[in-house]
Design a protein around this ligand. Structure first.
Ligand code: SAM
Length: 169
């Protein structure tokens, strides 16, 4: 929802997805609601924390799960991946910020500094509901291991500096 107002849902709808659920701990924005109306969209929205079993049950399993910009905000990213595994019928598209690999030591994660110290951090807002901080810096090799531990097979990976998009089954 944050800054994109459901754009991932509408991209999926434009690509031909037959049923789409948007999920965010933030409430639906006015822009999102207006776009649903304008399109006559069938996008369904679940307002909840994806870590909560009740939220996962309400969302239900989907063939394709597209999760962007969430993992490094989660205090327990392996739990996030576990919940995404419960939701994913076939394919996970996971986009996340990363940190550089540590020379001589693959698979590193660092607990990130507080939001005020982080160069990319945005000012805190009430709408964050505790999910604003950048808790984790995750190297791409660590992300692969975490996905494997969570029951995914990584089939494609697209890296740019400090960001990766992974396709996993
Ligand atoms: C950095 S924004 C990314 C927004 C968008 N997905 C994108 O790719 O540009 C993170 C979004 O994830 C949501 N979020 C963070 N933690 C969440 C959680 N545990 N459950 C559901 N939504 C969460 C935030 O409210 C926010 O809208």
């Amino acid at each position: 929802m944050w800054t994109i107002h459901g754009a991932l849902c509408f991209a999926a709808e434009d690509a031909g997805a037959s049923s789409i659920t948007g999920v965010d701990v933030m409430e639906p924005s006015e822009q999102f609601t207006a776009e649903i109306e304008r399109r006559g969209s069938k996008v369904r929205f679940v307002n909840g924390d994806v870590h909560e079993p009740a939220t996962v049950a309400e969302i239900g399993m989907h063939d394709v799960v597209w999760c962007s910009g969430v993992l490094y905000h989660a205090p327990h990213p392996l739990l996030t991946l576990q919940r995404l595994r419960e939701l994913t019928g076939q394919t996970l598209l996971l986009a996340t910020e990363t940190v550089a690999e540590t020379p001589g030591r693959r698979g590193t994660c660092v607990i990130a500094p507080g939001r005020d110290e982080h160069p990319n951090a945005e000012p805190a807002t009430a709408a964050d509901q505790g999910f604003g901080p950048w808790y984790w810096g995750i190297a791409p090799s660590a992300l692969r291991t975490m996905l494997t531990l969570s029951g995914f097979d990584v089939v494609e990976e697209f890296r740019t500096p400090f960001h990766v998009t992974v396709v996993a089954r």
